[in-house]
Ligand binder design. Structure first.
Ligand code: GTP
Ligand code: MG
Length: 442
């Protein structure tokens, strides 16, 4: 199975239900008054950090997620039901990006992030009732939900990272210390994607990551290892395994420097992490010579002789690992902002001429207002026009050089500009295309 650690998900939160236009009807009661209720809210889409997941595989198989729509409002004051929220579990350690910008790190179990907000329900005519207008013939369509693409990236949250040349015995060590069963073989580049395992020593448990072997130039993309170095970026301790046979033309002593330089080139922070040096394969005769040379070269550092095959020296190594872990606790995380986001929709907009006699009106507020417009209701059209005028759309369109008969596109709605009094104008041209003047009423 491939280790999937980056996926793109397409979210569209639920649409709000439409508001209803209705008047109370009962025998012997005339002018029963408006009783069209509001539509239900569209369901939100949340991400939730789950300790039970370790990959983004499931999401990568089903990356399109559609929220639940709210129900339409009905007559007799029956409010539409809200669309239920959807919660998508993601593994802990998932970073969430939108257009390359980091939105949130999902690091605490149960942490929730509101990724796509459902649209609000449209208002029914009951809620438009006022002293001046006791029989409003107006209602709104439900607002569309947020629709966006997110990139999710999983960095394994391991405590200990195993690094070293290919064939040094990293996977063997992981297998020895945990229940993980990575592939092990006598040739280099056996491991092609990271493996994780949970190890325990003297009552302390920790997660070990085994990544593909590093080679010289890895930080520039050579070999496989650099793709995965970011998985050890968040570990707290690195164990650098030395193969007593060296690798390629590098003897074990020079090899240490090569690996250290690769770590540093990839990210200087990696070189600041505590790094424990261990010479592996001590069950082989040639290892003793290698150990002596490494020790001679790195006098100031403690070198651990171990054998992943026989288990020799592992207890001492792990003593050191848990000591370093206790010295480098998990960094304190900023508490997360409350899950609900700021709900206000920005009123900013932009008009642009996009063709001969064709203008485009863009902006979250105007697009939402257009999507919620019931274009067949003159009162709704009038209200839409007033709100555009209030925020200065008319003025901006005039400045952009709009003239009688030009078209304005806003989301899926297209309307025709006119300076004539608007009350008499609304008339459907064809589907979702309506003639609405946004000009000043005379
Ligand atoms: N004699 C001996 N052989 C070992 C020891 N540890 C690992 N090996 C052998 O070394 C070879 C490589 O082991 P792996 O665990 O696959 O090495 P790796 O570092 O994961 O290698 P890559 O995944 O290619 O980077 C295998 O043939 C292992 O059996 C050890 O302590 N003693
Ligand atoms: Mg391996």
């Amino acid at each position: 199975m491939n280790f999937i650690d980056k996926v793109r998900v397409f979210l569209s939160a639920g649409e709000g239900g439409d508001g209803c236009l209705s008047f109370h009807r009962e025998k012997f009661i005339e002018f029963g008054g408006p009783d069209g209720a509001d539509g239900g809210k569209g369901g939100h889409i949340y991400l939730e950090a789950s300790p039970h997941l370790t990959t983004l595989l499931e999401l990568s198989l089903r990356p399109h997620i559609k929220g639940n729509d709210g129900e339409n409002g009905k007559g007799n004051n029956k409010v539409g039901r809200d669309g239920g929220d959807i919660v998508i579990p993601v593994p802990m350690g998932t970073s969430v990006y939108h257009e390359g910008r980091l939105l949130v790190d999902m690091s605490r179990p149960g942490q929730r992030y509101l990724a796509a907000q459902g649209g609000r329900g449209g208002r029914g005519n009951l809620s438009f009732k006022s002293r001046l207008n006791t029989a409003p013939r107006i209602c709104e369509k439900g607002a569309p939900g947020d629709s966006l693409t997110l990139e999710l990236e999983l960095k394994l949250l391991a405590d200990v990272g195993l690094v070293g040349f290919p064939n040094a015995g990293k996977s063997s060590l992981l297998a020895r210390l945990s229940h993980a069963r990575p592939k092990i073989a006598e040739y280099p580049f056996t491991t092609i994607s990271p493996n994780l395992g949970v190890a325990a020593h003297k009552g302390v448990s920790f997660v070990i990551a085994d990544i593909p072997g590093l080679i010289e130039g890895a930080h520039r993309g050579k070999g496989l290892g650099a793709d995965f170095l970011r998985h050890v970026e968040r570990t707290r301790v690195l164990v650098h395994l030395i193969d007593p046979a060296g690798f390629a033309d590098k003897n074990p002593v020079d090899g240490v420097k090569v690996i250290e330089a690769e770590l540093k080139s990839f990210n200087p922070r990696l070189a600041q992490k505590p790094r424990i040096l261990a010479v592996n394969k001590m069950d082989l005769p040639l290892a003793h010579e290698a150990l002596r040379k490494v020790r001679a070269r790195y006098r100031a550092r403690e070198i651990f002789p171990i054998s992943a095959a026989t288990g020799e020296g592992l207890s001492e190594l792990l003593d050191r690992v848990i000591l370093e872990l206790s010295r480098h606790p998990v960094p304190w995380q900023e508490p997360n902002a409350p899950p609900e986001r700021f709900v206000k929709v920005e009123q900013g907009f932009r008009v642009q001429r996009i063709g001969a006699g064709l203008f485009e009106l863009k902006g979250p507020f105007v697009e939402r207002a257009a999507a919620m417009l019931k274009a067949d209701l003159p009162e709704a059209v009038e209200r839409f026009q007033k709100s555009l005028k209030r925020i200065g759309v008319d003025k901006a369109l005039r400045q952009a050089g709009i003239g009688e008969g030009d078209m304005v596109r806003c989301g899926a709605l297209e309307f025709e500009w006119t300076d004539k009094p608007y009350r008499s104008l609304p008339r459907l041209r064809h589907h979702r295309r309506t003639r609405i003047g946004v000009g000043r009423p005379k």
